[in-house]
Design a protein around this ligand. Structure first.
Ligand SMILES: [Zn+2]
Length: 410
């Protein structure tokens, strides 16, 4: 009898110990064509076993998360999806294994990878879940050619049209936007991270971009937007927290504001101009260089791999919306600045792999407002009037983008 009690005690203790090692799956949410799982500890791709079960009519993509337990019975309650996904199921398949099953009608490119803060992403088929209802109505949009898009190319649902230059300017007046949209403005860097510096260190990126961001917020509020800022003072915020904040606040638009720099002093007198970037796998050496500069803080190898996988899963529609937003913002910045300033250089709209844009569930762009290493442009970046015109251009570009999207859905 004593032995049996001891044996039972041992079994109980062992199973408790085994349970203590399991991680807990706490929540499941839908992002832009992705499921986002959150654990109490990091989940590693090596702990996930995948399986594809198919019959004549359906495909079942199975993900077994080992050493994992469910926090509760109803983790899928906020998960929304539509075709081509038929169903999503989650269960404690074995005592230490959680099974996720995504059932679809057609095959799709599955990807799964870790993200910061104990997160784990499982990609869903394109178009199966879009968080922003405004953007859910439009299904496929062309990404276009691999080259940077000229500003006079207009996008409509399903096709790219080369328009007469004025055609873009006809749209719903901003005052008539149907919804009160939320815009998150993200002034780059802050605190111990001063961002780009001129050789004298008198001009700092973090200060110029905060001043510009405040003015963007003021213009947007005047136009009726709900505006939130990732920082409104000189403090440091980690890159991944910035988009996470935007997701958490259900923002419709995310705009990160930066200033550029060149390391080579000889190039400092020639490198200038405004550039707007959207997230995409890097293409040009120049875009990669700018991204590397902005990415350098807290950019660990572990996340770099996740970033590469993430970039491969970016949906076409997501890239296109950010691209369109970038085009609208860039053209309005130039329009405003050129009203009062000469020699404003159009650096163009470019795709680049910026870490700060990764994970944003809404159209997201990064504006490089000018070069802090250029002798006259750095002064302009500190000039309140120049800042104000820049800010007005960004705000007008955002409004134009949203008005055009509303018009497409009519
Ligand atoms: Zn920056």
């Amino acid at each position: 009898m004593g032995n049996r009690v001891l044996a039972l005690f041992l079994i109980a203790a062992l199973s408790l110990a085994a349970h203590a090692r399991d991680r807990i799956l706490r929540s499941v949410k839908t992002g832009y064509d992705r499921l986002i799982l959150r654990y109490d500890r990091p989940m590693l791709p090596s702990e996930v076993r995948t399986l594809l079960l198919r019959n004549a009519k359906t495909l079942r993509y199975v993900f077994d998360f080992r050493h994992t337990r469910l926090a509760g019975p109803d983790l899928l309650r906020s998960v929304r999806y539509h075709a081509p996904v038929r169903s999503i199921r989650l269960a404690q398949y074995r005592p230490h294994t959680v099974r996720l099953v995504v059932e679809t009608a057609e095959p799709y490119a599955v990807a799964h990878y870790a993200i910061p803060k104990n997160g784990y992403v499982v990609a869903l088929p394109k178009g199966s879940s879009s968080v922003r209802s405004l953007f859910a109505g439009i299904k496929t949009l062309p990404v276009g050619r691999k080259k940077a898009h000229p500003a006079h190319v207009v996008y409509h649902a399903g096709r790219t049209v080369r328009a007469k230059p004025k055609a873009r300017l006809i749209c719903t007046p901003y005052a008539h936007l149907k919804k009160r949209y939320t815009v998150v403005i993200d002034p780059g860097h802050g605190g111990h991270d001063s961002g780009a510096l001129d050789p004298s260190h008198r001009y700092q990126e973090k200060r110029a971009v905060l001043a510009i961001a405040r003015k963007v917020a003021r213009h947007l509020k005047r136009m009726g937007f709900r505006v939130l800022m990732t920082r409104s003072s000189d403090r440091f915020i980690k890159l991944h927290r910035r988009t996470r904040y935007a997701n958490f606040k259900h923002a419709d638009i995310f705009v990160s504001i930066h200033a550029n720099a060149v390391g080579n002093l000889r190039r400092a007198s020639t490198a200038r101009g405004v550039e707007t970037y959207y997230l995409s796998p890097a293409r040009s050496a120049r875009a990669r260089r700018v991204a590397a500069k902005e990415n350098s803080i807290a950019f660990r190898k572990y996340y770099r791999e996740s970033m590469n996988v993430y970039l491969q899963t970016l949906t076409r529609s997501k890239i296109v919306y950010s691209n369109m937003l970038a085009l609208d913002v860039q053209s309005h910045i130039l329009k405003e600045l050129r009203k009062h300033y000469k020699g404003v250089v159009d650096g163009g709209v470019r795709p680049a792999p910026f870490w700060v844009l990764v994970g944003a569930e809404m159209p997201a762009i990064l504006v490089e407002t000018g070069y802090i290493t250029h002798p006259s442009e750095k002064r302009r970046l500190y000039d309140p009037r120049y800042q104000d015109l820049l800010a007005r251009g960004i705000a007008e570009g955002i409004a134009r983008f949203l008005a055009n999207r509303e018009r497409e859905l009519e």
